[in-house]
Ligand binder design. Structure first.
Ligand code: AHM
Ligand code: MG
Length: 336
């Protein structure tokens, strides 16, 4: 059987869109190239001794590791010269990333997490790059204002992730379902391996960091308990799977069915909060999961309907199989 490459797939989709200009396709192709470069470095990290911390701290107070920096700069370097973007935002940088004057600009806005799960790098655990693309009202004239760029997730025109695991995969959506591609290292191409991914309506897996149990409120505790209650009306006992690497946890649950949860906790009683970032982590995965037939909420509201007030806004996240997410939502709604 002839294998379809991701580039062919993008072009096929582009042809089906009467208004398509090919710019989004070109943008995604450039992102794919960036991911191939990151994948190569991730794979050889152990060999060339680039593992380990730089000792620097990123804008959100976390330790930056060398592969994070590398992935961040590869994406910025390649994407800024596409002529398709008016700005970018990265989990690794506090403010907007401007497109230098010498490069042409256009109306797309790219938000990305260059290497999510980077605390797992040293242990050879799967990590990933998450991306989200918006169209903006940028008029090609003056400066881009942050307020022009902050949009809810339902406005995304494309979203997805690359996972660097036992193989490297790309999973993406442009709003017409979700497709998965596996990188064939021999030919250097992503080949269609998981067409039209559908998440099972109900899963067998729940994924959450239960160490925070005592820092959750009683509603959150009830929501998590339901998955380990063999007599719950979900009708079965679930298994716990938690890697601590969002892309890897999400990807597994997308394929096998299940729910991933990162609720608000009260480790700092004065500042209860969720950890994951709305724009560069939650919204793109929410678009993917909805396109695959699943759901994503913050407990009460659809993630894709949340209006961001700032680039690095955080939100609680409950994402995965439809029935599992609805169950959690029911508990939060009953409790309030
Ligand atoms: P990062 O972007 O700094 O790598 O942090 C995000 C990661 C996610 O990949 C993962 O789901 C989560 O942090 C795990 O957090 P915790 O260790 O609190 O369970
Ligand atoms: Mg992250």
């Amino acid at each position: 059987m002839r294998q379809i490459t991701v580039t062919e797939h993008l072009l096929l989709h582009q042809k089906q869109e009467p208004m398509a200009t090919g710019r989004l396709t070109r943008l995604l192709n450039e992102l794919i190239l960036s991911a191939k470069i990151i994948s190569r470095e991730v794979n050889k990290a152990g060999l060339v001794n680039v593992l380990g911390n730089t000792g620097e701290i990123n804008t959100q107070g976390e330790e930056v590791q060398r592969l994070d920096e590398f992935a961040n700069s590869v994406i910025i370097h390649r994407m800024q010269r596409t002529g398709m973007l008016c700005a970018m935002a990265s989990e690794e940088q506090d403010g907007l990333i401007d497109i230098p004057e010498r490069f042409p600009k256009d109306e797309y806005f790219l938000v990305f997490d260059p290497l999510d799960g980077s605390s797992n790098i040293d242990a050879n655990v799967s990590i990933g790059t998450i991306f989200s693309i918006y169209k903006t009202k940028y008029d090609l004239q003056g400066q881009v204002e942050l307020s022009q760029l902050l949009q809810k997730g339902s406005e995304q025109v494309a979203a997805g992730y690359f996972i660097y695991g036992s193989s490297t995969m790309m999973v993406y959506t442009t709003g017409r379902g979700v497709d998965g591609f596996t990188l064939d290292p021999g030919v250097g191409e992503f080949l269609l391996s998981n067409p039209n991914i559908q998440i099972p309506e109900q899963g067998n897996l729940y994924s959450v960091n239960e160490a925070y149990w005592h820092y959750w409120d009683s509603l959150t505790q009830r929501a998590v308990s339901i998955f380990k209650d063999p007599n719950s009306d979900l009708g079965k006992l679930y298994s716990l799977r938690y890697i601590g690497s969002l892309v890897a946890d999400f990807h597994r649950n997308l394929l096998y069915g299940g729910i991933f949860m990162y609720p608000i906790d009260y480790r700092d009683p004065k500042k209860p909060k969720g950890k994951l970032r709305l724009m560069c982590e939650c919204a793109p995965l929410a678009m993917v999961v909805e396109q695959a037939g699943g759901l994503a909420t913050d407990g009460k509201n659809r993630i894709l309907d949340l209006e961001p007030n700032e680039l690095h806004q955080r939100t609680p996240l409950f994402i995965g199989s439809k029935n599992d997410v609805l169950k959690v939502q029911e508990i939060f709604e009953q409790g309030s």
